[in-house]
Design a binder for this molecule. Structure first.
Ligand code: 13P
Ligand code: SF4
Length: 317
């Protein structure tokens, strides 16, 4: 299936017939981003899902995102074009592992990244995304111990920004972002001395970026640790003419749309998430035709997970 005009027309028609809103994450293929009603980061899309009055949400992203939409809007039909679109980061901690960890730290506040299963969210006090993780942890009284999961690089970023010592960080990672490493970033920065660096906090190179700033290799004001949504805002504000982007490569499409005059370059152009790319034009068409794959979350788990997700969408920008 080619994402041509006939395809776009059919997708729009079927979406109208189903009273469906189409949401796409910033890492989706360009054609999927362009056909969606809303494209954004995990936090923005969760907020839109919670507020939408459409009876069906078609989530073009990975499974935990569609699950989060279902948790926030249990009365709506939530569809994902391919339910096999998982996430290596969400798979790095299970509900049972989190329960064991909590037992070792009684009374600790559990903060989980939104990249987790509903079962993990049900064991969580507050969820966060990369755009509000620092605000979420800062909202917890300083004398309370924090368990942060599952991403070690985002956890390290939060620890640095909040200056908090009583935070324990799970050793999970996203295989795509962990692979964008420090030496690669240093080399690209040396080749592009005037470039801004837009770095997603899940990246293996986030600490190296701050190190480059600390030793003066890159001016500190050019190093920007940002969620995918904040990268789009920053693209509109920056004076830079070249920007090196450390995140999944799907991001480049929204950045180029937001600021066509800027030369955006991937730090690692192999950083593509195969799960995100399972949402093909054919899969989206099939989802709308067949009403599949429908996302279900066990009602008890959803009820327990809802409180932590609600707090997430209320805190921060
Ligand atoms: P954000 O869109 O919240 O920055 O998340 C990045 C990500 O890896 C989602 O899978
Ligand atoms: Fe998960 Fe990483 Fe893919 Fe995001 S890029 S969906 S964190 S595997």
């Amino acid at each position: 299936v080619e994402p041509d005009e006939a395809w776009a027309h059919e997708v729009r028609k079927l979406a109208r017939e189903r009273d469906a809103v189409l949401l796409a994450h910033n890492y989706q293929a360009p054609a999927i981003q362009d056909i969606a009603d809303h494209t954004g980061d995990s936090l923005a899309l969760s907020r839109i899902a919670a507020a939408s009055d459409a009876s069906t949400i078609v989530f073009c992203g990975v499974h935990f995102m569609a699950e989060t939409a279902k948790i926030l809007a249990p009365e709506k039909t939530v569809l994902i074009p391919d339910a096999r679109a998982g996430c290596s980061l969400a798979d790095s901690i299970t509900g049972a592992q989190l329960r064991e960890w909590k037992a070792e730290h009684p009374g600790a506040v559990v903060v989980s990244y939104v990249n987790t299963t509903a079962e993990v969210k049900a064991e969580t006090d507050i969820c966060c995304t990369s755009s509000n993780a620092v605000d979420v942890v800062a909202s917890i009284p300083a004398d309370q111990e924090v368990l942060f999961c599952p991403d070690q690089f985002l956890g390290a970023h939060v620890k640095r920004e909040t200056g908090r010592e009583n935070i324990h960080i799970w050793a999970g990672e996203c295989h795509v972002h962990a692979g964008i490493n420090g030496p690669e970033l240093a080399q690209r920065a040396a080749e592009n001395p005037d470039a801004d660096l837009f770095i997603h906090p899940e990246c293996g190179c986030a600490t190296s970026a701050l190190y480059l700033a600390g030793e003066g290799t890159v001016p500190a004001e050019k190093v920007k640790i940002l969620s995918t949504g904040d990268m789009v805002h920053e693209a509109r504000d920056t004076k830079a003419t070249t920007v090196l982007v450390a995140t999944e490569v799907g991001m480049l499409h929204q950045l180029r749309k937001a600021a066509p005059e800027i030369d955006f370059r991937a730090v690692n152009d192999r950083a593509s998430c195969r799960f995100m790319k399972m949402i093909t034009p054919a899969a989206l068409l099939r989802a709308l035709r067949e009403g599949a794959d429908e996302v279900h979350v066990d009602p008890d788990t959803a009820a327990r997970a809802r409180a932590s997700v609600q707090r997430m969408i209320e805190i921060g920008k």
